[in-house]
Ligand binder design. Structure first.
Ligand code: UFG
Length: 326
């Protein structure tokens, strides 16, 4: 089966590509390399292109006789989305509309979309189930929700079967610790702490220690990248007939920022400075998934549920690749 992986050179997309190759499927990576790295795509076919390029998308879908599209290409920083909302709507919403239009024009009807826990905003109930109110509190979350709705109506019109997979905090390195998380500049908690452990930054800042949580710092549900990707493989099998599959992907276990810092210290055996600063705008105190639906309907099981194991894979990768893919 030929699968187009939009954003396949990025962190999650490259891990997905590796897993598809290992499963004997044929991923074709479509990436503009604005954030991703060609080194991360292994032996997959590669098309350098932008999702705004409708003609190239149509040409690529036809040339490779694509049956399914998986879409990982998006801007992902909550804070940045508050500063540059239009850029987020253009990249995450308009470009996805272009992609879906190209798919419609050539009759590709199966779609797997990277959604996010950010669609829930500040949850009223923990753990979060899929039917919880969707009230994003930033443009990033709004763009993810807008695409989910676009997919829903396209499916109602009989033109799409899709999976919207709502990721909690993707973390760790996959493919035998060969594919890790590298953002430029780094913005995510675990790689930032590891940079402090490696002496690449002078300290790690805790964004607020006065939240209503046991130790005052934000609690998140970290999910290993390979567990995240394995849910995509399972969803792939269920697509068809205008089916709409919506799942939370998380471990159902929460760890505070302080706990994550302590875990990195333990796994790396390094000590480093920790400073507490003001809260970051737009951070919900607790995000914790109820993933019962994915477990029940997809038969999904996570393998690396312990934070220590997740951090270990991340540490292995960063220790060997202190400059990421650069
Ligand atoms: N944090 C710090 N210090 C840092 C960086 C982060 O204390 O230097 C804290 C944040 O305030 C937050 C937690 O660590 O409480 C995790 O932050 P990340 O930026 O790593 O991840 P987020 O939970 O903000 O975001 C993740 C995904 C987003 C997605 C969101 C869903 O990265 O793409 O979950 O809400 F939108």
């Amino acid at each position: 089966m030929r699968i187009l992986i939009c954003g396949g050179a990025g962190y999650i997309g490259s891990n997905m590509t590796a897993m598809l190759l290992a499963a004997g499927l044929e991923p074709v990576v479509f990436d503009n390399l604005s954030k991703g790295y060609k080194e991360a795509i292994g032996k997959a076919e590669f098309v350098k292109g932008d999702l705004a390029d409708y003609e190239l998308l149509v040409k690529t879908l036809k040339k490779y006789e694509i049956e399914v599209v998986m879409h990982f290409a998006a801007l992902i920083e909550v804070g940045e989305s508050m500063q540059q909302p239009l850029r987020y709507y253009k990249n995450n919403v308009s470009n996805t509309q272009t992609l879906l239009s190209a798919m419609e024009s050539v009759g590709v009807e199966k779609f797997v979309f990277s959604s996010s826990a950010a669609v829930y905003g500040i949850p009223q109930k923990i753990p979060i189930t899929e039917d919880a109110p969707k009230k994003p509190i930033n443009p990033y979350g709004e763009t993810k929700l807008a695409v989910e709705k676009m997919c829903h109506y396209q499916s109602c019109a009989g033109k799409l079967s899709y999976a919207a997979l709502r990721y909690f905090n993707a973390a760790g390195a996959g493919n035998n610790c060969q594919l890790g998380e590298a953002h430029q500049p780094e913005s995510h908690l675990i790689p930032l702490i590891i940079e402090a452990a490696l002496g690449k930054r002078s300290e790690i800042k805790i964004y607020g220690a006065d939240y209503p949580t046991p130790d005052g710092t934000c609690v998140r549900d970290y999910i290993h990248i390979e567990d995240l990707c394995s849910a995509h493989l399972l969803a792939l099998e269920k697509l068809g007939g205008n089916r709409e599959l919506i799942y939370n992907l998380g471990n159902e276990t929460g760890y505070s920022v302080k706990e994550v810092i302590e875990t990195v210290k333990m796994v790396s055996g390094r000590d480093f400075k920790v400073a507490t600063v003001e809260r970051r705008i737009g951070d919900p105190p607790v995000l914790l998934a109820d993933a019962t639906k994915a477990k029940k309907e997809l038969g999904w099981k996570t393998k690396l549920a312990e934070l220590e194991e997740i951090v270990y894979t991340a540490w292995q990768w960063h220790d060997k690749h202190p400059d990421g893919y650069l």
